[in-house]
Design a protein. Sequence first.
Length: 136
Amino acid sequence: MEIRRATSVAELLAAEHLFDAPVRPGFAERFLAAAGHHLLLAYAEGEPAGFVSGVETVHPDKGTEMFLYELGVAEAHRRRGVGRALVERLAALARERGCHGQWVLVDTGNDVALAAYRSAGGTEEGTCTVMTWEFT
């Protein structure tokens, strides 16, 4: 398995099957160009097998943290260490960039994601409710 940073819209389009919805080129360009936005792709046998995205967040009293925005692994590659490797690589990047920590929100019933995060050294802080606003 090889993990490398995505640098082009073409790479994201080739990995589109890993995302929740079709990659929109304008959004992809904006993400890739934004400072502090990171997307790492895992390749198995030359094909995209998984991805992790992270965004550096900065706050006046907390410094910089890496927000693990999303992790996706193709069904055929799950439970083979791809998710763990991606999370660990994002954590290494966060440390390189001076982040003091990394965090993610996970649905309590998402056992596959929870297993990946635990195997990569993540610890649970308790329950969490996520509030959302949608702007259309």
